[in-house]
Write a protein that binds this ligand. Structure first.
Ligand SMILES: [Zn+2]
Length: 503
């Protein structure tokens, strides 16, 4: 009885809705009545932004029936996901009214399929979790030096020569000297997605109102492309091919032929209005000496090789725009000049986002300080090897995407990134994602004023139990260290007091 009373007062869903009013009693009939695009609800959401109206809903749970009101089927879908989470509790539904809408347009998760290929079933399972958490963007990192994962008919060697490698995980491959292999070889691990499989993922996500944004990396992180097609590599001044180079050659026309050919096929698979073109961490080391790069610099009047990165990004952006899409790129692309149309994804902390906003660009915030879920979520000694600093559940929950100096209207939203050098298996990936993805979902959806960590932590524990029951491998919140629970970001020096006040 007491438990029932409590469940009537506490709403056990993540993200916490914008408005919630409990009522007397519980619902005893599983009858759902849907009212789409009716005047009463139009008036309720009239003051919201159009993107918020699109997803807004009101869910009224009464003793005899459940009423869903929304302007669109997408709004109805979000309401049904709230209901699904309430049902995970396994108790009769408490009577209440929820009126809800998203704070941000872009509520994303990035999965790194290059460093560890995990396959269709894994992706679909994470899409199910994303839908439950009201996330709406799945960003797939489909190529990197560690392997090309997407079938491209005009450049078949991308997958034939680099989708399989020697070394069961990233570091074994690195230690072995970055050797690729071929499908069917006894020592080969890896794989790639066929176009049919990717279209299946796109469709599965679309049914759950999730957009899949593909990422094709350029000009850095591209060792595998040069391995498959050496004509995109720089040469030395004496004419030798720069085998094993990290960057593509921005002086070579063959580089653009390949990238445009790839992107044409990518845009055919993915209807997303955005195409991610990477743009991070180009080393530019081979560009100084390369005759093709030097010729391009002379033609364009450039004095610094960095300008070649800007040339490549702008030329590719122009190509993507002519196909009716917009680019997203990592925050480096802002530094070498890019059109006002480009969306900047801030990853090197928040500075990239602040600078982009000041320059009038739309931004997606995924700072490595808060949103990299490949970083440690607890003490190094109790966790599997990871990278970076401590990004505990509490610390990531405390993230506010609109930093000082940013125009809120230019912040499209935020995203968790799961780079997979240290994450070789699907189970390990889920362990790193849950419950931290709950925190990201709440920051991305709920009004800032509705967030409160202690209450969130209670809901997260219960939802985590439900996730385990649904078959997800998760982090163990019962075994969380005091340091992680304190919400401190960095591993502190000895003697610094650790305060646990999260319950
Ligand atoms: Zn070159």
């Amino acid at each position: 009885m007491i438990a029932l009373l409590l469940s009537c007062l506490l709403l056990q869903i993540i993200p916490i809705p914008a408005e919630y009013t409990p009522a007397q009693g519980v619902c005893t009939r599983d009858k759902i009545c849907v009212k789409l695009n009716k005047c009463a609800f139009k008036r309720t959401v009239a003051a919201l932004e159009p993107f918020q109206q699109q997803e807004a809903y009101r869910l009224t749970v009464k003793p005899g029936r459940i009423v869903i009101e929304a302007l669109t089927p997408e709004g109805e879908f979000r309401a049904r996901k709230s209901l699904e989470q309430m049902r995970l509790e396994g108790t009769p539904l408490p009577c209440c009214t929820i009126t809800d809408w998203p704070r941000f347009k872009h509520r994303g998760l990035m999965l790194d399929e290059s460093r560890s290929f995990k396959g269709v079933e894994f992706i679909k399972k994470q899409i199910d979790a994303m839908a439950l958490l009201k996330l709406n963007v799945l960003h797939l990192h489909l190529d990197d030096s560690a392997g090309w994962r997407i079938q491209i008919d005009s450049y078949p060697d991308l997958t034939a020569k680099t989708a399989w490698r020697i070394g069961w995980d990233y570091f074994a491959w690195e230690k072995g000297g970055y050797k690729f292999s071929t499908q069917g070889s006894p020592e080969a691990t890896g794989g790639c997605y066929s176009k049919a499989e990717l279209k299946e993922i796109v469709e599965y996500a679309a049914q759950r109102y999730i957009t899949v944004i593909p990422e094709i990396e350029m000009p850095g992180h591209s060792m595998e492309v040069g391995y498959a097609y050496p004509e995109v590599l720089c040469t030395t001044s004496s004419g030798l091919s720069c085998r094993g180079a990290w960057d593509l050659c921005p002086g070579s026309e063959e580089t653009f032929t390949l990238l445009e050919g790839v992107l044409t096929e990518v845009m055919d698979i993915f209807p997303s209005p955005f195409i991610h073109i990477g743009g991070d961490e180009a080393t530019m080391t081979t560009w100084h000496d390369c005759p093709k790069c030097r010729a391009r610099m002379a033609r364009e009047g450039y004095t610094d090789v960095k300008q070649l990165q800007g040339y490549l990004i702008r030329r590719i952006e122009d190509f993507v725009r002519r196909h009716g899409r917009r680019i997203i790129g990592w925050d480096e692309i802002l530094e070498t000049g890019v059109s006002p149309d480009a969306v900047i994804q801030s990853w090197r902390g928040t500075a990239g986002g602040v600078n982009a906003s000041k320059a009038g660009r739309e931004v997606v915030m995924s700072p490595n300080t808060h949103c990299y879920y490949n970083y440690y979520q607890d003490l190094i000694r109790k966790e599997p090897a990871a990278c970076g600093e401590l990004v505990s559940l509490r610390f990531t929950y405390g993230y506010e995407p609109v930093a000082d100096g940013m125009d809120p209207a230019l912040v499209r939203g935020l995203q968790a990134n799961l780079w997979c050098e240290y994450i070789p298996t699907p189970e390990h990936a889920e362990y790193m994602l849950y419950p931290r993805l709950f925190a990201l979902a709440e920051t991305a959806w709920s009004p800032a004023g509705r967030k409160e960590y202690k209450a969130f932590r209670k809901r997260a524990r219960r939802l985590l139990d439900s996730f385990r029951a649904l078959g997800y491998k998760t982090f163990d919140m019962d075994n969380e260290s005091d340091l992680a629970r304190s919400g401190m970001q960095r591993f502190p020096p000895e003697g610094v007091p650790i305060i646990v006040d999260d319950e």
